[in-house]
Design a protein around this ligand. Structure first.
Ligand SMILES: *Cc1c(COP(=O)(O)O)cnc(C)c1O
Length: 391
């Protein structure tokens, strides 16, 4: 119970901060999903076509994954019951790690509970005050938080500006250098120039930490991710991908050289001081890897939908960002205008999230259209037509 006294001042301060967010059109609200994740969903008792999920291959509610999770629960129970280093590491985790390493073409892989935790774990385990992180300005927030928690010098370069990055690297006296980038930028959908980044890292003796949250399962032959997309193999690379997006389940992994993975096991606090993710999810994820590997038809359909949307959308006052991936950003400008367009689409049973600052830079509030292999061409046409009419 809030009563009179000094605490009321604390609540008054929060209330006025919340009121200010509301006034600036920046209040975030959750919709309540009443169905499994997918291209067609029910929210608040109404049906929508959703362009909101990162479930790019439409696997989140796939019957074979649901069956694998059921079997996993029968074999391993529901809770892991302990951290990996105590007794939470089951055969299902072990097998999945080996499969993820061979799938990505890297020597070892290590599971984390989430991508956010994986990013924090890598930076804090490998870096300290004598070290430096070089980060693209449009990187995901978890990578920025990771650099700050590692207490390393945090140097950001303008989006994709490799000349600026080279200058920072050349001037750095840091003991260890870690270049950090989204492989597919989460709010723009463009792909980082990984071969050029690897070359820079070789030249300046740095690591390249790739966050492939949006490439794994989608890019490259058999969906092996951004490294396969570019045909790259390099001991400079530390690779992270999430398993709650295209893979349709939950979790994340880091893959790289043996010394990196061993160091993470010994030192990553987000690995050590947390309960292992349930083994049943690793069973589901093994099935997911099978579906990803055999999912060329899904990826082909997704590519066709991307091409269709870009061909049909005719923005005049808005800007469709260059992107070959499932993330298509339509920059509207002000937060209020982006929210108004998102609400107008919702009235036509089309759900597209408006993304506002601070998730994206000031003045670039946008619709983030996420396409999925579960969409039909007709649904993408409906969205494009609605947007063309609205603007
Ligand atoms: C989603 C995302 C993460 C976080 O992964 P979770 O498993 O959802 O915690 C990290 N990096 C990028 C680029 C992401 O898009």
């Amino acid at each position: 119970m809030k009563s009179e006294g000094p605490a009321t001042l604390l609540y008054a301060a929060l209330a006025s901060e919340l009121a200010e967010l509301e006034q600036r059109g920046l209040t975030r609200r959750r919709r309540v999903l009443e169905t499994p994740q997918g291209a067609r969903v029910a929210v608040d008792g109404r049906e929508f076509v959703s362009f909101c999920s990162n479930d790019y291959l439409g696997l989140a509610a796939h019957p074979e994954l649901i069956e694998a999770a059921r079997q996993g629960a029968a074999d391993f129970g529901v809770g892991a019951g302990a951290s990996h280093l105590i007794l939470g590491h089951a055969t299902a985790h072990e097998v999945l790690e080996q499969r993820l390493a061979s799938f990505t073409g890297l020597p070892r892989a290590l599971l984390f509970s989430t991508g956010y935790m994986a990013n924090i774990g890598v930076a804090t385990a490998l870096l300290g005050r004598e070290d430096a992180v070089f980060a693209d300005r449009l990187n995901h927030a978890s990578l920025n938080d990771a650099a700050l928690l590692a207490r390393a010098r945090f140097q950001r370069y303008p989006h994709l500006d490799l000349d600026a990055l080279a200058r920072l690297l050349a001037a750095s006296r840091a003991r260890r250098k870690l270049v950090v980038t989204d492989a597919v930028f989460s709010m723009d959908g463009d792909i980082a120039p990984v071969p050029d980044l690897v070359a820079l890292c070789e030249r300046y003796d740095a690591w390249l930490f790739l966050d492939d949250a949006h490439g794994f399962g989608v890019l490259g032959p058999e969906g092996r991710g951004v490294l396969a997309h570019f045909g790259i193999r390099s001991p400079r690379v530390i690779y992270m991908a999430t398993l709650g997006k295209a893979a349709g389940v939950f979790g994340a992994f880091v893959a790289g050289e043996t010394e990196v993975v061993e160091s993470l096991i010994q030192r990553a606090r987000t690995y050590i001081y947390t309960t292992a993710a349930p083994a049943m999810m690793s069973v589901a994820l093994q099935k997911s890897l099978d579906l990803i590997q055999g999912g060329e038809a899904r990826r082909q359909h997704l590519r066709a939908l991307i091409a269709r949307l870009r061909e049909r959308l005719q923005p005049e006052q808005w800007r469709l960002m260059p992107s070959q991936t499932a993330i298509q950003a339509l920059v509207i400008g002000s937060s209020g205008a982006a929210v108004a367009v998102s609400e107008a689409l919702a009235r036509e049973a089309l759900l597209v999230p408006a993304i506002r600052p601070p998730t994206v830079p000031q003045g670039t509030a946008r619709l983030r259209i996420s396409l999925s292999a579960a969409h039909t061409h007709e649904e993408v046409e409906r969205l494009a037509t609605a947007l063309n009419v609205l603007q």
